[in-house]
Design a protein around this ligand. Structure first.
Ligand code: ADP
Length: 479
C-alpha cells in the first residue's frame, strides 16, 4: 500500500518527545512489511542551520491566506529520499518546534502545504497515496481538508489518525483565529460548530474525520473514552466507537541496543550482561556519585511535566535518601517548579542524587545502561518509550500502571518490573521498596532483568498491526 505519513517531528531530525521516535522508526518497519511509505514533515529553522542534507526545492508555490500568500518549497531528504520537508518560512523559520503564540496558524499552513505536496506527488511524480496516516494535532487538519475542501481530489484516499497524546489538542479560541476567517483558512464547518466548547480544536477534527483513529496502547485507547482521561474529547471518542483502536509502540532496536550503543563504555547483551557493571560504574563516576557496584541506582529520563508524575518521586525522596542506600540519576527538563525541587535535592545529597536539567540524548543512553531500575510514575501515559528502552538496557522499570505502562510492565511471577496504581507517594515508595528487596536477592534480580532484556519491543510487531488497520481503512473507502 502507498502510505503518506504526516508528522511534525521525526527522529533523528527533530525530536521533542515520543512522537519523533515513532515517526522516525515506524515507516521503516512498514516498508520492511512491503508498504511504500513517504513521510512529510516541516523544515524547521534548526534543520537548515544544522545543514541536514536536502535536495531541491523539488516543488515550490504559494499558500494563499487572506490578503497574504506564504511561500512553500518542498525539499527531499538525501539520507532518506522518501522524506519530504515542507519549507514554509512564515511558519517554520522559528526558534521553537512548538510553543509559538501562532502555532495553530503555523500548522494550518503546514496542512495546506501537505495537500499541495500531495497534488505535486500525484501530478508530477505519479505517486498517489492509498492512505494518509496523520499524527497528532499538528497533522490532523490534513485529514479535515481531505474530507472537506479537497474531497473531490482526495476524498477516496483512506485516512488514519494517530493520537500520541490527547493532552495536546491544538485548541484556539475562535476570536484568535478570526472565525470569520475559517473560510479564509479553507476550513469549512463540519457539523461540530467551531469545535469543542466553542474552541477551534485541531485534534477533535482529526478524530471526527479519520476513517480509523488509533492511539499508542490498548489501555490508553480505553482510558480516553472516560471523562478522567478524555481531556473533554471522551464523548467524541466514544462516538467513534470501535473505530478507535490501540496499537502499542515499538522502539528502534537498532538505535537502542546495548550491544552496539557507542555512548556506552562497555557493550553488553542479555546473554552477557557483564559490561553493564562497567556502564554503572562509569555513570556513577560521571555524576559524582559514590562508585559502588552494590548500591541500587535508580534512573530517570523524562520531560519534567505534570503528566509524568515526578511530584510523587519527589515526595518519596526523603524516605529514599534516609531509609535506603539507593542512588538516583535524573535527566529531565520541563516545569520550573519541578526542576527547582529536584535541583534542591541534588544539591543536598550530591553523592546520592545527580540531577541534570536539560535534554541530552547521549547522556540518556548512559542512564538507561548504567541504572539498575528506571522510574516512571506517570499520571497518565499514552504508551511511554522510556520503559521499553529501559527494558532493553536491563534497567528494571518501576511504573505506575496506566496506559502503555500497564500494557508493557508486569509484576510478579513471570514479571519484568514493578508497578503500582493509586497515585500516591506511599504506593510508589512501596513499589521501589519491593524493587530494592528483589535487588538484594541477586539471582532473582538477574532473572527479572534478563527476562525484560529478551522481550521483543521492535517495530516489526507494531507494523503488522498497523498493516491490518490500513487494510481495514482502505476497505472502507473502496467498498
Ligand atoms: P513523551 O513522548 O511523553 O515525552 P515517552 O516516554 O513516550 O514520553 O518518550 C520520551 C522519549 O524522549 C524517550 O526516548 C526518552 O529517552 C526521551 N527523553 C525524554 N526526556 C529527555 C531528556 N531530558 N534528554 C534526553 N532524552 C529525553
Amino acid at each position: 500500500m502507498r502510505v503518506l505519513f504526516v508528522a511534525a517531528e521525526a527522529a533523528p531530525y527533530v525530536k521533542t518527545g515520543g512522537l519523533a521516535d515513532v515517526a522516525g522508526a515506524l515507516p521503516a518497519a512498514l516498508r520492511a512489511a512491503g508498504h511504500d511509505v513517504r513521510v512529510v514533515m516541516p523544515r524547521y529553522r534548526a534543520l537548515r542551520e544544522r545543514g541536514v542534507p536536502m535536495t531541491g526545492p523539488v516543488a515550490a508555490g504559494f499558500l494563499p491566506l487572506g490578503d497574504r500568500a506564504e511561500e512553500l518549497r518542498v525539499w527531499r531528504g538525501v539520507d532518506d529520499t522518501a522524506l519530504l520537508f515542507l519549507d514554509i518560512p512564515a511558519a517554520f523559520e522559528r526558534g521553537q518546534v512548538y510553543g509559538e503564540p501562532d502555532d495553530h496558524r503555523r500548522f494550518i499552513l503546514f496542512a495546506r502545504g501537505v495537500l499541495d505536496t500531495m497534488q505535486y506527488l500525484r501530478e508530477v511524480e505519479g505517486w498517489n497515496p492509498d492512505l494518509v496516516h496523520a499524527h497528532d494535532w499538528h497533522a490532523a487538519l490534513v485529514i479535515n481538508y481531505m474530507k472537506t475542501r479537497h474531497a473531490y481530489t482526495f476524498g477516496h484516499v483512506a485516512t488514519v489518525f494517530t493520537i500520541h497524546n490527547l493532552a495536546y489538542q491544538g485548541q484556539v479560541a475562535p476570536e484568535v483565529l478570526g472565525l470569520t476567517g475559517l473560510g479564509e483558512y479553507g476550513l469549512v464547518e463540519n457539523g461540530m460548530g467551531p469545535g469543542i466548547g466553542g474552541t477551534f480544536n485541531c485534534m477533535a477534527r482529526g478524530i471526527l474525520h479519520a476513517d480509523v483513529v488509533t492511539t499508542v496502547s490498548p489501555t490508553y485507547a480505553q482510558e480516553i473514552r472516560t471523562a478522567e482521561f478524555g481531556e473533554r474529547l471522551d464523548g467524541l471518542l466514544r462516538h467513534r466507537g470501535s473505530r478507535v483502536v490501540g496499537i502499542l509502540n515499538g522502539i528502534d532496536t537498532t538505535l537502542y541496543d546495548p550491544a552496539t550503543d557507542r555512548h556506552l563504555v562497555a557493550p553488553y547483551t542479555a546473554d552477557d550482561v557483564s559490561g553493564k557493571a562497567a556502564c554503572k560504574a562509569a555513570l556513577q563516576a560521571e555524576c559524582g556519585l559514590t562508585v559502588d557496584a552494590d548500591r541500587p541506582l535508580l534512573g530517570v529520563v523524562s520531560r519534567l511535566v505534570q503528566q509524568k508524575g515526578f511530584d510523587l518521586l519527589h515526595g518519596a525522596l526523603p524516605w529514599l535518601m534516609e531509609q535506603t542506600n539507593a542512588q538516583l540519576v535524573l535527566l529531565g527538563t520541563g516545569q520550573q517548579d519541578l526542576e527547582d525541587a529536584f535541583r534542591y535535592v541534588g544539591a543536598r545529597f550530591p553523592d546520592r542524587c545527580a540531577i541534570r536539567i536539560g535534554f541530552d540524548a547521549a547522556f540518556a543512553q548512559r542512564i538507561y545502561a548504567g541504572s539498575d531500575a528506571f522510574v516512571m510514575p506517570s499520571r497518565f501515559e499514552p504508551c511511554g518509550l522510556g520503559q521499553l528502552i529501559a527494558l532493553r538496557y536491563g534497567s528494571v522499570p518501576i511504573v505506575r500502571a496506566t496506559g502503555g505502562l500497564a500494557d508493557t510492565v508486569r509484576e510478579g511471577f513471570d514479571g519484568n518490573g514493578f508497578r503500582f496504581h493509586p497515585f500516591e507517594v506511599a504506593h510508589l515508595r512501596d513499589a521501589i521498596a519491593r524493587a530494592l528487596t528483589t535487588y538484594r536477592a541477586r539471582e532473582s534480580w538477574e532473572i527479572l532483568r534478563t527476562r525484560g532484556m529478551r522481550e521483543d519491543h521492535s517495530w516489526t510487531r507494531a507494523a503488522e498491526e498497523y498493516g491490518r488497520v490500513y487494510a481495514f481503512a482502505r476497505g472502507l473507502r473502496t467498498a
